[in-house]
Design a protein around this ligand. Structure first.
Ligand code: ZN
Length: 255
């Protein structure tokens, strides 16, 4: 009875489904936390293999280097709960079911997750870090109740492309909105993921309340200029060109 210490959460989460988009640091940490809490159904989506440079901040180990992140992570999670319903999709995100937990380091992918969330009416939680993971952000998006991801993060599309590398000129699928890998420590990732975990529990109905008026959580560990070790809850103004009612039809055609 490995859920003896969290029977209530297990009861509420056993039939819930979460799709984890991006199975790197945040995706693996959150999948691990959710399965240990009792989540019963999980979809893992990521096109990449697990590499040696991932080991320093991931739940997987050197034994998994070279394997698809999704397959290796699914095996890891089955060791926690052999009865887990887990689907591993080694592919770029197109669509998914359940709560969309976006841990991808790409603005383009975030926008696609946001569109699927709006079109299919699925809740989404976006998790990311900046400043070498000394600060993080968590945004809860519930269609019809909160602003969407673009309402907050759309301004970043006006910034310079972030990714660089020789593939830019040779790979037709090169994602220039992808954030290049940056320094950051596993402990920092876990601290931010721990906060995001509670946002996910809130959306799944495990917490008694969730404040949809303040769906943006800024997590500061020791980022300069912010109050250290604090979570700030922020409002986001609704009504960007994407979640404007008249735009939903266009997104539907796209998907
Ligand atoms: Zn919006």
């Amino acid at each position: 009875m490995f859920y003896a210490r969290n029977t209530r959460e297990r009861e509420l989460l056993a039939d819930a489904r979460v799709s984890v988009i991006g199975c790197g640091s945040f995706g693996s940490a959150l999948a691990d936390m959710l399965v240990r809490a009792g989540l019963g159904r999980l979809t893992l989506i990521d096109p990449e293999d697990f590499a040696i440079e991932n080991v320093g901040r991931h739940v997987l180990t050197g034994a998994d280097v070279g394997r698809a992140k999704t397959e290796a992570l699914a095996d890891h999670l089955r060791k926690i709960n052999p009865g887990l319903h887990v689907e591993a999709r080694r592919e770029k995100f197109r669509t998914a079911e359940g709560l969309l937990l976006c841990c991808a380091d790409s603005r383009r992918c975030e926008s696609m997750v946001n569109a699927v969330s709006l079109v299919h009416g699925l809740p989404a939680v976006f998790v990311g870090a900046y400043g070498a993971a000394r600060a993080g952000e968590v945004q809860i998006c519930i269609p019809g109740k909160t602003p969407c991801r673009e309402c907050f993060a759309g301004f970043r599309d006006d910034a310079e492309p972030v990714a660089d590398g020789p593939e830019r000129y040779t790979d037709p699928d090169f994602d220039e909105t992808r954030t290049p890998a940056r320094a950051g420590l596993w402990g920092s990732i876990l601290a931010i993921a721990g906060v995001a975990f509670h946002a996910v529990l809130g959306v799944l109905g495990v917490r008694e309340t969730i404040d949809t008026e303040r769906p943006l959580w800024i997590v500061n560990l020791d980022y300069e200029g912010f109050r250290p070790y604090a979570v700030t809850y922020a409002k986001v103004k609704k009504g960007c060109p994407v979640c404007d009612e008249s735009k939903i039809a266009e997104l539907t055609v796209e998907w």
